[in-house]
Write a protein that binds this ligand. Sequence first.
Ligand code: SAH
Length: 355
Amino acid sequence: MLNKIDLTGLSLEEMERFVADHGEPTYRGRQLFHWIYGRGVRTFAEMSDLPVTLRTRLAERATIGVLAPLGREVSGDGTRKYLFGCTDGRQIEAVLIPDEGRLTACLSTQVGCALACAFCLTGKMGFIRHLQAGEIVDQALALQRDLQPGERIGNLVLMGMGEPLHNYDATVKALSILAHPLGPAYPPRRITLSTVGLVPEIVRLGQSGLGVNLAVSLHAGTDELRDRLVPINRRYPLKELMAALRVYPLPPRRRITFEYVLIDGVNDRSEDARELARLLRGLRCKVNLLPLNETPAIPFRRPSQERVETFQRILKSAGILVTIRESRGLDISAACGLLATETNQKRLDSTGCLT
Ligand code: SAH
């Protein structure tokens, strides 16, 4: 028996080649691409403008969809967390966050993460593997299938598990599919890639012409502090990171977002805010403050609301655009930095850390 190929994750050119290899004209590849990504179908039988014989042949040779839905939890605030099983049994999570009539879909790019940021639960898991482009795209397609009438996904953010730029090729391929006019057609300005600051890949992303938004997880305004919170800072210190960001080819009217997790007594002092303001001077940017989401496995606390507001005020008075990100889905561990799959979570709870 032939091994079936899964089509999820193939680019338009790859789908055209796939149909050509089966003796079909290339426009059939475009039709397939549109059915799978644009219409979100999961069976060839639904592809009503393909000849029945072709649908049957395709079903014998190919499949659609690489993720199995394993669970769905709904938070008191409406945030939904989805657990998916990959074909190798690994599990990943994605989140849908309601936001002013629209939904933001938060996708994962890796199982676990290699960057080991001090306050992040996914970081505690360690790196297990990269996701393939199809596994990234399929999260968005699965979330779309779960929309209620009247709901739609307005924004896509790569802020789930993993470091997207560590998995550069699959991430960029997935984003090109998600933004493709024949596919789900998310406009690049509605897509945000969040990175811990891998400098060579930031440069590459800028040159790729993809045009998605860039968010950088900064968390500190000095190397001394950032080295402790974000270990990769020792490899790509602030001077290099900021130099790359200052020449990053930003489309008109866009800004780089800096994420800053506020941790009680660690990086939330007024002096830290002033250092941050100095670092960002003259850059077209905005700062998104994230009061730490606490979890027993992480030895840090969230600052008081008053501290958060003081920090915000200092940045504002330095002329920096700054917002405070509300924690969403805390009651179901769907909030930033709390994604670690079910099985791993259990291992974390019993030992306090992953071995
Ligand atoms: N690796 C990428 C994508 C992950 S995005 C990155 O670092 O940007 C997840 C965001 O949540 C990052 O800004 C991360 O720093 C933040 N985060 C991690 N742990 C957190 C926690 N415990 N509380 C609040 N935010 C956290």
